[in-house]
Design a protein around this ligand. Sequence first.
Ligand SMILES: Nc1ncnc2c1ncn2[C@@H]1O[C@H](COP(=O)(O)OP(=O)(O)OP(=O)(O)O)[C@@H](O)[C@H]1O
Length: 608
Amino acid sequence: MHNFGYFEEGSVGKVSDVRIWQRILGYCQPHKLGIFSSIFLSLLITCATLALPRLMQLGIDTYIAVAGQDTAIRLAGLANLAFIYGGAVLLAFAAGFIQVVLLEYIGQSIMHRLRNDLYQHILGLDLAFFHRHPVGRLVTRLTNDIQNMHEMFTSVMVTLCNDLLKLVGILVVLSFINLRLAVVMGLFLPLALTVTLFFSRLAREQFRAVRSQLAVVNSFLQENISAVTLVQLYGRELASRTRFNVLNHEFMQRSLAQVRLFGFFMPLSEFLSSLAMAVILWYGGGEVLKRQLTIGELVAFFSYMRLFFQPMRDLSQKYSIVQSALASAERIFQLLDKGSSIHSPKDPLCIDSVKGEIRFEQVGFSYEEDQGDGQKEGQQDGQGVLRDINLQIRAGETLALVGSTGAGKSTLISLLVRFYDPSQGRILLDGHDLRDFAVSDLRRKIGLVLQEVLIEPDTVLANIRLETGMNRVEVEAMLAETGMDAFIQRLPKGLDTRIGEGGLDLSSGEKQLLAFARILCRDPAVLILDEATSSVDTEAENLLEQAVEASFAGRTSIIIAHRLSTVRRADRIVVMDQGRIAEQGSHDELMAQGGLYANLIALDLQER
Ligand SMILES: Nc1ncnc2c1ncn2[C@@H]1O[C@H](COP(=O)(O)OP(=O)(O)OP(=O)(O)O)[C@@H](O)[C@H]1O
């Protein structure tokens, strides 16, 4: 059964939407020559196909249905015509082949560019966007939606172009042969068109109904089979079977409705075509008797009418594919138009070296949720995740952030590297608002080591230096200085060990060390560390602690601390609670206060 394209969220593209077409044409622009060549090939194919009935007519009228001519001459004439007929068939075949390859190439190139554009765009979007859009949907944009458009560019465009030309061509040729008969045939066109469009709409709805019911059946199966232990434990087999039976029955009903529709349309289209033949037989036959039409012309008419109905059937199906491709295009372009809320200024500050003094002034923040209607809703009835944060961190100071789960520590750090901007107040680096720096420059100056590490399939050296341009000797010196060379020496080929896909799999401790080395390559003025909550092996942990200590010297450092040893080492400890700074001071001062910090220590900072 025909696939009517991929649909999502019940959306269907409007074929009349000019803006979408304009943007699609924008992507076609570099392939103008190829597209024009393909249209030219369409013309060739149409001419060659339409010549066939005409050659048949010539054969009948000039050589077969005439009396009194020498048989040898007639046979020679027929042989010539057969030769030309064969040539036309060959031409249509060759042009068709070249056209398919050409359009496939154009389609693939356009999709390749679109996929790249989309991926590049997605990578540049702010984190808030990713919290609002599930990853699965974004992957769908890059796969199914693009595939949908590809289908339109290749299979549909070929047939659409050829079919439309063929329809017009047939009407023109028919009117040359016999205008009155052509007009009679032309009356069938609106009827056939209406039936086809009506069918394509119904078919699309049926197709979507079947697909959505299939999704229901699939998710039921997934849920129930994965929870089969519970189904058996609570004796829910009968209830589960009954529910499945209902869903399964509905699926069968919808599938059968679709089959009935196809079963009706296919003969209907055949019926219309045969009806047209009957009219030609009656009216055209009469014209032959009145000597207004030759036998050859009548035969040609029959052949043209056969040719006429095939494209009509094709068009009904292709129209649906175009609609679903346009819906895909609309979703893709919407995504491409989505701007990031984190911008670099037009004229960013250019300061080569910063000292690393940080100031939070009346900072407030809430994760906003887009309600889809442009309205933004703050969390907890306007109560932000961070509130009234006033904090000054001196250049070179080591600050430990502690607090229970959900206190807002990670959020505070996210604001520092501009994953988000504060909803209120401002954050200053060396007296300059963070928003005055270029985002990439800021993220080089403020290095954040996260617990997740993105490994690229390459050597350890390449993974450490990334795009910094640091040479091998410099990397080795940095590793030796921080004591991390011991980690490298443990690897089979040292810095040249291949890791990631197809290479060595690093342990979580080793990954942490790599992430740390990576940040140090950028020599950031401010170093931020989210201390590992998961346990890493003791050797890696020791190495990491040693490296952290070495790299904290002379740098502003902020660490989300989960270990007692870390907080003791810090110059100052900031305790967060429900989005506010609850306490701050040295370990001894805070212990003496006997407040929140003392409680956390009693739990050994266990609330990770
Ligand atoms: N992307 C997000 N969207 C909405 N709310 C979020 C998001 N990230 C965190 N939150 C909420 O913000 C609050 C603060 O979270 P945050 O991760 O900053 O706390 P934390 O102190 O770092 O906690 P933990 O130690 O568990 O990491 C929590 O209530 C959390 O549920």
